[in-house]
Design a protein around this ligand. Structure first.
Ligand SMILES: Cc1cn([C@H]2C[C@H](O)[C@@H](COP(=O)(O)OP(=O)(O)OP(=O)(O)O)O2)c(=O)[nH]c1=O
Length: 190
C-alpha cells in the first residue's frame, strides 16, 4: 500500500527517508488554532489527526497517510511557530535557563482505522542573553519552527541536554513511527 506523508516539511521527509521506507510527500493545510481549554497533549494529537485525516480524505482509498505535529510546551504554555519577531523573542526568553517539553504526535490513517502516538521529550536550555536572542532571530532559523528554535541547527548550541527522542524534537520520532508503520503492516517485524 502506498504511504503518503501529509507534510510540507523537508525535515520530516529527510527523517522518514532515513528509515528506508518509500513514500510520497502530500502536504495539507489545516487550521492550527488552539481551542479554549485544550491541553497541549490533546492539541498536538488533534493536529496530527487532522493532517492525516485530511490527507486520507483527499488521496482516497488504498492509501496510508502519515500526519505529524510538533509543539513546544514551556511552563504549561503551548508554543507553536512564531507569528513575528516579538513573538519569537518572547518564546526564546521563556526557554532561557529552563526545561521545556517538546511534544510530537504521529498519526496513521488507512481505510479501516486511525492510530496516534504522542512522544514527549524534555529539553533543557542554558541561559540566553538578550543579545544572543536578537542574534539568533536575525539568522532566520527560528521563523518556521515550533518554539522558535531548531535543535538540528544553530539552536543546538543552546541545549544543555535532552531526555527523550532527538528525532521527535526535529519533527518525526524514528522509533515510534517505525512501530506504528509495523502495526499497519508497512514494515515487516525483524
Ligand atoms: C523544536 C523544534 C521544532 N522544529 C520544527 C518541526 C516542525 O517542522 C516545526 C513545527 O511545525 P509543525 O506545524 O509541526 O510542522 P510543519 O508546518 O513544519 O510541517 P507540516 O505541518 O506540513 O507537517 O518545527 C525543528 O525543526 N527543530 C526543533 O528543534
Amino acid at each position: 500500500m502506498m504511504l503518503l506523508l501529509a507534510s510540507q516539511s523537508p525535515r520530516r521527509a529527510e527523517l522518514l527517508k532515513q528509515i528506508g521506507i518509500p513514500f510520497s510527500q502530500y502536504p495539507v493545510d489545516i487550521d492550527e488554532a488552539v481551542l479554549s481549554h485544550e491541553t497541549p497533549d490533546n492539541y498536538v494529537r488533534r493536529m496530527a489527526q487532522e493532517k492525516s485525516s485530511l490527507g486520507y480524505k483527499r488521496a482516497g482509498a488504498k492509501k496510508l497517510v502519515l500526519g505529524l505535529d510538533t509543539i513546544v510546551v514551556a511552563d504549561g504554555n503551548i508554543l507553536g511557530k512564531p507569528k513575528n519577531k516579538t513573538d519569537a523573542l518572547r518564546m526564546l526568553s521563556l526557554l532561557s535557563d529552563n526545561t521545556h517539553q517538546v511534544l510530537t504526535a504521529v498519526t496513521i490513517t488507512n481505510y479501516k482505522q486511525q492510530k496516534t502516538v504522542v512522544v514527549e521529550t524534555q529539553v533543557c536550555f542554558g541561559p540566553l542573553s538578550p543579545q544572543q536572542i536578537a542574534w539568533y532571530w536575525k539568522t532566520g532559523e527560528p521563523q518556521d519552527k515550533a518554539g522558535s528554535y531548531g535543535i538540528q541547527g544553530l539552536g543546538g548550541q543552546f541545549v544543555k541536554h535532552i531526555n527523550g527522542s532527538y528525532s521527535a524534537v526535529v519533527g518525526l520520532p524514528l522509533y515510534q513511527t517505525r512501530l506504528l508503520l509495523t502495526e499497519f503492516g508497512i514494515i515487516n517485524e525483524c
